[in-house]
Design a binder for this molecule. Structure first.
Ligand SMILES: [Zn+2]
Ligand SMILES: [Zn+2]
Length: 281
């Protein structure tokens, strides 16, 4: 036992690699850079996550290119984060070290505004977002508020569950809000990370899916930001549904060194399904 503990302690390095937004620019101009940073320490109520896989979402591309203005310098994008709790901050007790968790777009909500108090934290007046307000998962470690991360269904491996954490939750929320009846028709714009997962939920409910392709980026972004924010209960419900109906994401893996290539390929529609970054494996 002693040697195991020693080995684990030895494995936590003092520095880590992370991809940060150096200066927002078109993805072809390499706005992201790979840097060496101190491994972050979890604060009160937070946990540190050793990242295993991080999905790539179009919002990460918008951050890199400046369509979403940076809120702080050197932000690390990535908000479909799968990893293992590696250190507990003061007062953190929801998870134990080693437990597999997922971090998603909503990093925290204020908990006191009228929206938070009425179960609509997706509309919170002072939300924080992973990979925008706080550093996200395109890094070897990140820290997260333990109240806003998820336990993940055991039926999914790390690579398969990552895209569920944003693309899946967004699609699920949009589908639920569209109120199409069981057996109804669903029109999906494009067939990217979110749509290919939403289609599986709709089909499992007996619906018919029509895929409509177009390439209007502005409308796509607007649509994303109207539905991007979601609540923790959307996430919990979707993960349970995905597990029950056996959603099978189509993933396109990239090694950690190729985060910018993954974003480039996303920008130019060079793959179908969902790109995932394999970080610590
Ligand atoms: Zn996203
Ligand atoms: Zn709030």
């Amino acid at each position: 036992m002693r040697s195991t503990v020693a080995a684990e302690q030895h494995n936590v390095a003092k520095t880590m690699r992370a991809w940060e937004v150096a200066a927002p620019a078109p993805i072809a101009d390499h706005p992201l850079r790979l840097v060496e940073r101190a491994v972050p320490e979890p604060g009160p109520g937070e946990v540190r996550i050793r990242v295993v896989v991080c999905g790539v979402c179009r919002t990460d591309l918008h951050l890199a290119e400046g369509d979403l203005p940076p809120r702080r310098a050197g932000t690390v994008p990535g908000h479909e984060v799968v990893g293992h709790v590696d250190k507990l901050g003061e007062g953190s007790s929801r998870f134990v070290t080693g437990e597999r968790v997922g971090a998603a777009w909503l990093a925290s909500a204020c908990g006191v505004c009228e929206y938070c108090l009425s179960g609509r934290e997706n509309l919170c007046l002072a939300p924080r977002f992973t990979g925008w307000d706080i550093d996200g998962g395109f890094a070897e470690y990140m820290v997260a508020d333990e109240r806003f991360i998820y336990r993940l269904p055991a039926g999914f491996d790390d690579e398969a569950v990552a895209p569920l954490l944003c693309a899946g939750i967004i699609g699920y929320r949009a589908l639920a809000r569209s109120e199409i009846p069981a057996g109804g028709r669903l029109g999906l714009y494009g067939f990217g990370g979110s749509a290919h997962l939403t289609a599986q939920v709709a089909l499992a409910q007996g619906g018919t899916v029509h895929v409509i392709t177009r390439s209007d980026e502005d409308q796509a972004l607007a649509r994303e930001l109207s539905v991007t924010a979601n609540t923790r209960s959307d996430g919990e419900e979707f993960l349970a549904t995905a597990d029950r109906i056996g959603i099978r994401p189509t993933t396109r893996p990239y090694v950690f060194e190729d985060v910018d290539k993954a974003l480039y390929d996303l920008a130019y529609d060079r793959f179908s399904g969902a790109a995932v970054i394999l970080t610590n494996r």
